[in-house]
Design a protein around this ligand. Structure first.
Ligand SMILES: [Zn+2]
Length: 273
């Protein structure tokens, strides 16, 4: 991890994480002095199983992190992909507890981090902050439930497409910096399976693969090949944390408009609470 950090989040970063953006203005102000901006490189480890969680990390903009479980044979299989709709580490628990899964940066980009001590300090002072993070915990649990069912019931092609769509929803960019090896590892399948699926998707004109990246050419047609797991999760997010689950159609212009709203005098960014 690149440890170049600055203290006190600039507002544009805070609004580039949807979970932070959904906080009431007073709650965001409670956290802001403690938020540090940092850059996460692909592969950087944010937490290792068994280690006490030191920081909570909020992916901003295109940054993505994953919770992965390291199996007995050394394979690391992804259980949840976390982007600007969420956070990694210490959000859903109270106090300094050991991490269960490895948390790792999947796509490089900016993160905001807060030490667990400072987060607990802020949570102790605001019921609405605790309430919002409890709602996020519910959504994260739903994501893990869905992931378990998806892994058991859906084909490698469906899961590959689901993962690509989840990534572009979160990053807002149809260019995905991803190798087939990375994708195979995350899905817990052999590289040859993913290679065959990608070949078929490429032949259908749905995407292009370049060295170290995938470019989605037709997200709509691609979505028709996916299982419904992303949609099920989005529906739950929309019920529990309205406006937090990202979609790739949420353009930069829309995000800037929301930023202006956050900066405005109404302070009604947590209207769903
Ligand atoms: Zn599925």
């Amino acid at each position: 991890m690149d440890h170049s950090v600055t203290t006190g989040a600039s507002e544009p970063y805070a609004i580039r994480n949807n979970l932070l953006r959904s906080l009431k203005r007073d709650d965001l102000m409670l956290l802001e002095p403690f938020l540090q901006e940092m850059h996460g490189e692909t592969g950087a480890i944010l937490a290792e199983p068994g280690d006490p969680v030191q920081y909570a990390y909020f992916p901003c903009g295109p940054a993505l992190a994953s919770f992965v479980i390291v199996m007995d044979d050394g394979r690391a299989v992804e259980t949840a992909l976390i982007g600007r709709e969420g956070a990694v580490g210490g959000i859903v628990s109270q106090g300094r507890l050991p991490a269960y899964a490895r948390a790792i940066v999947q796509f490089p980009g900016p993160f905001l981090r807060i030490s667990i001590g400072d987060l607990e300090y802020a949570k102790a002072r605001s019921l609405t902050l605790r309430y919002l993070f409890a709602r996020y915990a519910d959504c994260l649990l739903a994501q893990v439930f869905q992931s378990v069912a998806c892994n058991a019931a859906h084909s490698i092609e469906q899961r590959t497409v689901k993962w690509l769509l989840a990534a572009i929803d979160r990053t807002g960019d149809h260019q995905v910096p991803l190798t087939q090896e990375q994708l195979a590892g995350m899905l817990g399948v052999g590289r040859s399976y993913v290679s065959r699926v990608m070949q078929s998707l490429r032949a259908s004109g749905l995407l292009e693969t370049r060295r170290g990246s995938v470019c989605i050419r037709d997200a709509e047609r691609l979505a028709s090949l996916s299982c419904g797991c992303n949609d099920a999760l989005k529906r739950h997010f929309d019920l529990v944390l309205a406006g937090v689950y990202p979609t790739c159609i949420e353009s930069t212009a829309q995000r800037l408009a929301m930023a202006n709203d956050v900066n405005g005098s109404n302070g009604a960014t947590g209207a769903h609470l």
